[in-house]
Write a protein that binds this ligand. Structure first.
Ligand SMILES: [Zn+2]
Length: 474
């Protein structure tokens, strides 16, 4: 099923010099370096600073006047929804559950999953996302799983393939008080397709947990993931689904641990956030989706209070845009707005901000890496790490460039992403994805989209609101 693998400069030169940029390292010891060089050798960062004598066989990327950032990390996205982009623009969470789980999910074939994942992953890469956590709860058959994995691998980006449940005709059985265990096919993926943890694409279980399953099923699934030696990630505290107290249930069953990434946490009480912090667990938030759809108010400030620095996620392009620049802006504005409103209500006003632009850029980079245990390889620009980095070229929206962090967090768009490197390989250059057949990508996406909408009896562009069954209104 996969097409021609993108010819992403198959044989990278041994050394690359990113020369003279404004390097926002994200590393506390290195800070922001103006007019600095980044020397990359064998896919890893060798030097950040001045490189007076670069090796002879060295590719040079001129970065003067550009902002060099760690590659962005999207810690939660259902990439399979890329084909039905925008369909949930005006849907609540309950309408989304109905529309995805009962209408579109069951209609996906493996070729649709392949096309969706490919177009969605390239969309992310194009927007400077070098690591994508794909929460693939569309594993309707082993062929669906292979299709998603093939697409992720084809892009050359770093990805965590979150193997999830099917989204088939039994959606309610999978998601409402489920007694169905996670599909054992995940063991095949681990043994045959992702046997180790050193590749660019690693494996996690995109689990359901106590929000959707009985505790016996949760215990089974946790044992399965841990026997396979992979991390778990799960939705927890999404609107009224969080009323099941999922973290407290995990705590009581002795299932908490540092290998779990909780998503949203918007409707969890502070007590459960502290339980996550105490076990060394991680959190991914999707503030834009959470505000739109009814998950509860973004938990950013409450998480920080509990000692957790979250990663960020786009979550669903059915409801929001697919880049992390917008997500960073919403995250910052939502948290500042919350504190302003509280101060005004108390007859006071804020004297200073607790949450800064640098904090939020950290969420989208190093904290995102920490949320999936890969902070040793990516998330900041420091010697010894893999060279996952991006260059922002200032267009009229960023000129004159006075504050590189403010530019990245408050004003940049994917159009500013000029260059993208993953483990030293150039996957975007001069504002264009490298070696990608865009005509083929467009054809795959449109054909699959037309198939899906045809099967659903919905016309693209038409406003359509699914009738919500009681099961999706907890
Ligand atoms: Zn999600």
């Amino acid at each position: 099923m996969p097409g021609q693998p993108a010819s992403v400069s198959a044989q990278a030169p041994p050394h690359t010099l990113v020369r003279g940029g404004i390097v926002v390292t994200g590393d506390p010891a290195l800070g922001v370096r103006h007019g600095a060089d980044v020397l990359i050798s064998g896919g890893q960062i060798a030097t950040v600073g001045q490189v007076d004598m670069p090796p002879g066989d060295c590719r040079v990327i001129e970065a003067a006047g550009a902002v060099v950032l760690p590659g962005l990390i999207d810690t939660h996205r259902h990439t399979w929804q890329s084909l039905i982009r925008g369909i949930a623009a005006d849907w609540t969470l309950a309408q989304y559950m109905q529309g995805m789980r009962e209408v579109f999910g069951p209609l996906y074939g493996p070729d649709d999953v392949y096309a969706a994942t490919l177009v969605g992953a390239y969309e992310a890469l194009d927007a400077g996302i070098t690591t994508l956590v794909d929460f693939a709860h569309i594993m309707n058959s082993p062929e669906h799983a292979d299709a998603a994995l093939d697409a992720l691998r084809e892009t050359g980006m770093r990805a965590v393939f979150g193997h999830g449940t099917p989204m088939d005709q039994r959606s309610k059985d999978w998601y409402v008080g489920s007694t169905l265990p996670h599909d054992e096919d995940i063991a095949r993926i681990r043994e045959q397709r992702i046997p180790g943890d050193g590749g660019l694409v690693t494996l996690a279980m995109a689990a359901r947990g106590p929000q959707h399953c009985g505790i016996a099923v949760t215990e089974h699934d946790w044992r399965l993931a841990r026997d396979l030696g992979i991390r778990l990630t799960l939705h927890a505290g999404s609107g009224r689904w969080g009323l099941t107290k999922p973290v407290r249930q995990l705590h009581a069953a002795g299932l908490l641990g540092p290998d779990i990434t909780f998503v949203h946490c918007t409707s969890l009480p502070d007590e459960e956030l502290v339980m996550i912090a105490d076990c060394g667990g991680a959190v991914s938030i999707a503030p834009e989706v959470e505000l739109h759809m009814g998950h509860g108010y973004p938990a950013t400030g409450r998480l920080l209070q509990a000692g957790i620095r979250p990663g960020l996620g786009v979550d669903v392009v059915t409801g929001v845009g697919g880049d992390l620049f917008g997500c960073m802006r919403v995250c910052l504005a939502a948290e500042r707005g919350r504190l302003h409103a509280a101060a005004l209500d108390a007859g006071s006003q804020l004297e200073r901000f607790e949450l800064t632009t640098a904090d939020v850029l950290g969420f989208a980079t190093l904290d995102g890496a920490r949320a999936f245990g890969i902070e040793g390889v990516t998330g900041s620009l420091a010697p010894g790490k893999d060279a996952d980095l991006i260059l922002l070229r200032p267009g009229s929206n960023l000129l004159p460039l006075n504050n590189p962090v403010a530019a990245a967090v408050l004003a940049a768009t994917p159009a500013n992403v000029d260059t993208v490197l993953v483990r030293g390989r150039v996957l975007k250059a001069g504002g264009e994805l490298v070696g990608v057949d865009l005509a083929r990508l467009r054809r795959l996406a449109v054909q699959a989209r037309d198939r899906l909408f045809g099967r659903a009896g919905v016309r693209p562009g038409e406003s359509w609101y699914p009738e919500v069954a009681a099961a999706w209104r907890p």
